[in-house]
Design a protein around this ligand. Structure first.
Ligand code: PLP
Length: 379
């Protein structure tokens, strides 16, 4: 019996190798995982429990319950600064599924998608599942790891359909200026590309905000995807959403039917409680990530390590000066009992770098930085 080639050849996430070794290593410090270390706030959990007790346990509309879609349209206005109607919101099973469903609507086998390198490995896996061809656009240290619109334009062919951007970036924590977004938008416009904008960390920003390309979308080419996972520490509930141009909303809702039919009803009610309840929990978590970032940066400065200052998300991107990332990460578990994500897991341009997750206490993050500095001095 035969499997589909694109699925067979799809590489596993490069972080998995480290995680597997780390879980076999007693007392290993886990700084490799991209998941908040906070529990879901109580009022949100209660919202989910209440929905179950009230019997709201049936299928919901494909695009989500109307109350949640309306609350999300209001959130987009309040937080992301652009207008959408509730009809333009499609609730998804995590942001990951909103991105996949969007790509399903845009990419035929053999079409090209522009992906960031370094970037979140799941983008590549999705393109592989769809038998799309990946064209990586490099994010370079000399540009502050931000995309260069000209380099992107140079890679576009008649088969290119989608430009995917991710800000604040995983693994980089970088945030663009509105000026850069305008330049990227002009490139997409000139070549009639969709822009899929993964803004899963939109509310985890340390100074100011992370602007969305949708604020400059004059001709309906931007699909923005968001998540409850990081903002409200709700990774296991699996609720995300897409805000899409009016002409895409019905197609995307239709695609939900064969993919997931709908998101779990109680999880959608929990998400509604997140939006309607106090937002203090978000501020507190962001404050915690910021102070851990600052502690980690101070430790890097003491140890002479080079890094990119993260402006959002909860990762610190550190240089190990051209050493092999995967080997370094495996040695770090073996010799220092510290697990981090090798930069190479995020693409070729990530080699020579490491990603430390700030989803751990300040003491643990500082301990991780010191372990990296020690191993760097020894190797
Ligand atoms: C860049 C990025 N996009 C999307 C996601 C998906 O988040 P979720 O599916 O939990 O909403 C993640 C999760 O780690 C991520 O890092």
């Amino acid at each position: 019996m035969k499997n589909r080639d694109s699925v067979k050849s799809m590489p596993r996430s490069g972080i998995r190798e480290i995680m597997d070794l780390a879980w076999r290593t007693p007392d290993c410090l886990h700084l490799e995982v991209g998941e908040p270390d906070f529990g879901t706030p109580e009022h949100i959990r209660e919202g989910g429990v209440r929905a179950i007790q009230e019997g709201k346990t049936r299928y919901t509309p494909n695009a989500g319950i109307p109350e949640l879609r309306a609350a999300l349209a209001e959130k987009i206005h309040r937080v992301n600064g652009y207008e959408v109607d509730a009809q333009q919101i499609v609730v998804s099973s995590g942001a990951v599924e909103a991105i996949y469903a969007s790509l399903v609507t845009m990419l035929s086998p053999g079409d090209e998608i522009l992906l960031p390198d370094p970037g979140w490995p799941n983008f590549r896996m999705m393109a592989d599942l769809l038998s799309a061809n990946i064209i990586y656009y490099p994010l370079r240290p000399e540009n502050g790891f931000l995309p260069d619109p000209q380099e992107i334009a140079d890679r576009i062919t008649s088969k290119t359909r989608v430009l995917l951007v991710n800000f604040p970036s995983n693994p980089l924590g970088s945030v663009p200026t509105v000026g850069l977004l305008k330049e990227l938008y002009e490139v997409a416009q000139a070549h009639d590309l969709w822009i899929v904008s993964d803004e899963c960390y939109d509310q985890i920003v340390f100074d100011g905000t992370s602007p969305s390309p949708a604020i400059i979308d004059s001709d309906g080419r931007v699909i923005s995807t968001y998540s409850f996972s990081k903002t409200y520490a709700m990774t296991g509930w699996r609720v995300g959403y897409a805000a899409v141009p009016p002409q895409v909303a019905d197609i995307l809702s239709k695609v939900q039917e064969p993919l997931i039919s709908c998101v779990s009803g109680p999880a959608q009610y929990a998400a509604l409680s997140a939006l309607e309840g106090p937002q203090q929990c978000v501020t507190e978590m962001v404050d915690a990530y910021r102070s851990r970032r600052d502690a980690a940066l101070a430790a890097c400065n003491e140890s002479g390590l080079t890094y990119l200052v993260p402006q959002g998300a909860f990762y610190l991107w550190l240089s190990i000066e051209h050493r092999d990332s995967l080997k370094f990460a495996l040695d770090l578990v073996d010799r220092k009992k510290v697990a981090i994500a090798p930069g190479s897991a995020f693409g070729e341009n990530g080699n020579g770098w490491l990603r430390i997750s700030l989803a751990n206490s300040a003491d643990s993050v500082v301990k991780g930085v010191h372990a990296i500095a020690e191993l760097r001095a020894e190797s």
